[in-house]
Design a protein. Structure first.
Length: 166
């Protein structure tokens, strides 16, 4: 193992021991391929919180519209305890750097989630997508900001902008 790999491994062990993710979360990569067609099927279950298990399933189709832009439409079903909602999601990924030209490849994600049924708010998510490769080791990082708006939640608490990292 090279010194740089050892240093990266130590950093990851010290700072990222626990991983917390929702049932619909996954890692995004910044790369886009023109003309790529994609059918996405996602399913996730989160451990019970306060006795309520969260479950999300989605089906999507996507297309690489240009060398720098990939767009995808999803139909999503969520269950959280006794609550259920159906949502439409539009996800756009933009590649900001040329593949292999820079040490860190960068992209941008935008995502709009619109409720079709259920008492859930609209959500908008955006943020940078980062990827670096060191030999056979590939590191990905997403710093995503999420804002819920529209219908108030069941407690009447106003929505706030949340930041999450992957």
């Amino acid at each position: 193992m090279t010194p740089i790999s050892s240093l990266i491994s130590l950093f990851l062990l010290v700072f990222f021991q626990s991983v917390y993710a929702g049932p619909a979360d996954y890692i995004y990569t910044p790369k886009v391929e023109y003309g790529e067609r994609e059918v996405g099927i996602h399913y996730g279950i989160a451990a019970p919180v306060a006795g309520k298990r969260a479950q999300v399933s989605s089906l999507g189709i996507g297309y690489g519209l240009s060398e720098n832009w990939f767009s995808e439409l999803y139909l999503k079903q969520t269950r959280n305890g006794g609550q259920q909602a159906t949502l439409a999601e539009w996800e756009n990924k933009f590649q900001l750097t040329e593949t292999g030209k820079y040490p860190i490849e960068m992209g941008l994600l935008t995502e709009l989630e619109i409720p079709i049924s259920g008492k859930v708010p609209w959500e908008f998510r955006f943020g940078p997508l980062l990827q670096a490769a060191f030999g056979k080791l590939q590191l990905n990082g997403n710093l995503l900001f999420e804002r819920a708006f529209g219908r108030a939640d069941e407690d009447g608490v106003p929505f706030s902008t949340n930041m999450g990292y992957q």
